[in-house]
Design a binder for this molecule. Structure first.
Ligand code: TYD
Ligand code: MG
Length: 466
């Protein structure tokens, strides 16, 4: 065991350090902003001087390291370890990079432990020995889950029920696994800090040391971080700058699929998503997410429109449902699920002003089907079409997709990568695509008609005419 290192309490607002914890930073006055940190070696006093003597003084105490010319850096891109869980490898950018640390965030109960146990089993099967450290569940609980997952190699994964970081690192040094899973970072603590497990200081220090361990030993480390709602527990957000890759596991409790999203990736592109279906035997990758999201669509109801989003590099079709119903009394309601409420208010105003649809006496409900979040402006046109369809109580053509940003003047703006979106629409049997006139690509996938429209009024004239 190492001796206790000196700790300081640093203000997360202004960066000032304090020898003791206090409820308020006496430098900037922020409340509850001090977090425990192990102190770095003190830097020599005195500001930077332009004279060489001053520079030498600053460098005192350091040893000279060898810098390499970039050209001379050898080695190709390191091989990646794949799990054979396609969607998982895809989100990581083609597999796991040895020596990297990956944070998996998500709300409690979303399926993080299940996913990582499956990943551990597959990596073990591929010959990468795996140590699974569980600070939350007993060995028996993990075994019961592994049995349920029913993958043979999961039985060969080494398991450690432990929360002390020093013990975890010592065990990992002795066992020398290729992969280390820590479930969860909020349960792990180091004896070097006084704070309770889960507080910001502990979580960051433990993560930083795990990261160092991964880099030095060349193992791949997975760390689970629960998304917390308030309270004294530090969430995964506090770790994002430390780790190489951040994956968030999203989904609604009411639906049985989950979306894994890369929000940071030093070894791949961000915003890639992987879609999984939850089953008794664990998570099953969904090869064609659009099919899943459009699966339960009612073809003939009003208020339903399909759009093609780009999630990372991948186009996905989803359904948007709008319902405008006579308001009972008082202020009409505006309820948006999976869509920004202010964006909805804006679209309602545009529909009123530019297409003569009045929502003043109507409750408006908007739902992005499948628990997805629709952030892309490209979805505006589908939202507008769904709402208009509900007001007119006329269904939209069931084999049409709507792609475009709606401007304040009611104009329809082009979106990026229209070709990719249309290709996905054609794949799923759509026959018509409505999009900005300027976005109609030169080559349109066969079987699909791309119709350019300039304004929402023009769109409604076309689809609701006859
Ligand atoms: P769990 O992996 O424990 O969630 P987390 O680690 O994020 O808190 O999963 C929560 C529960 O859901 C657990 O009882 C197992 C169950 N579950 C399934 O039955 N099948 C699945 O595919 C997944 C992901 C979870
Ligand atoms: Mg868990």
């Amino acid at each position: 065991m190492s001796a206790k290192v000196r700790t300081v309490y640093r203000c997360t607002e202004c960066g000032a350090d304090h020898p003791k914890w206090a409820g308020r930073c006496d430098v900037c006055g922020a409340w509850n902003s001090l977090v425990e940190e192990t102190a770095a070696r003190a830097t020599p006093a005195g500001g930077a001087s332009r004279r060489a003597g001053g520079a030498r003084a600053l460098a005192e105490g350091g040893s000279v390291a060898v810098a390499t010319r970039l050209r001379a850096v050898s080695g190709a891109e390191s091989p990646r370890w794949t799990t054979a869980i396609d969607e998982f490898d895809f989100v990581l950018g083609g597999g796991i990079v040895p020596g990297s640390m990956i944070l998996i965030g998500g709300e409690p109960g979303i399926g993080k432990s299940t996913l990582l146990l499956q990943v551990a089993g597959r990596l073990q099967a591929a010959g990468h020995s795996t140590l699974y450290v569980s600070g939350e569940e007993s060995a028996l609980q993990v075994k019961l889950r592994a049995d349920r997952l029913g993958h043979d190699a999961t039985g060969d994964v080494s398991l450690l029920s432990e929360t002390n970081l020093e013990t975890i690192l010592a065990t990992a040094s002795a066992l020398q696994p290729a992969v280390l899973v820590v479930d969860s970072i909020q349960t792990v603590f180091t004896a070097d800090l006084e704070g309770a497990p889960g507080n910001v200081g502990q979580v960051r220090e433990c993560a930083a040391r795990l990261m160092r361990f991964a880099k030095e030993s060349g193992i791949a480390a997975f760390v689970v971080g629960h998304v917390t709602k308030g309270g004294g527990i530090a969430g995964p957000k506090t770790l994002e700058h430390i780790v190489d890759t951040v994956l968030y596991f999203e989904g609604e409790n009411s639906v049985d699929h989950r979306v894994l999203r890369a929000t940071k990736n030093r070894f791949g592109s961000v915003d890639e998503i992987g879609v999984f279906r939850m089953t008794e035997e664990g998570l099953v990758p969904v090869a064609n997410p659009s099919e899943l999201f459009l699966g339960d669509r009612s073809m003939h109801a009003s208020g339903s429109a399909v759009t093609a989003l780009l999630e990372g590099s991948r186009p996905i079709l989803i359904e948007v449902q709008g319902l405008a119903a006579k308001a009972g009394f008082g202020t009409p309601q505006r309820v948006a699920t999976g869509y920004d409420a202010r964006r909805l208010a804006l679209l309602l105003a545009v529909l009123d002003k530019r297409a003569g649809l009045s929502f003043g006496q109507l409750d408006v409900f908007l739902n992005v089907v499948g628990g997805l979040q629709l952030h892309e402006p490209a979805g505006d046109l589908a939202v507008a079409a769904a709402l208009a369809s509900s007001v007119y109580d006329r269904p939209l053509p069931h084999d049409a997709v709507f792609v475009g940003e709606v401007g304040l003047g009611g104009e329809i703006r082009p979106v990026s990568q229209a070709e990719r979106r249309l290709a996905e629409a054609a794949n799923l049997g759509m026959t018509t695509a409505y999009l900005s006139e300027r976005a109609v690509p030169r080559r349109v996938p066969s079987g699909l008609r791309a119709i350019g429209v300039r304004t929402i009024a023009e769109l409604f004239d076309r689809v609701f005419a006859s």
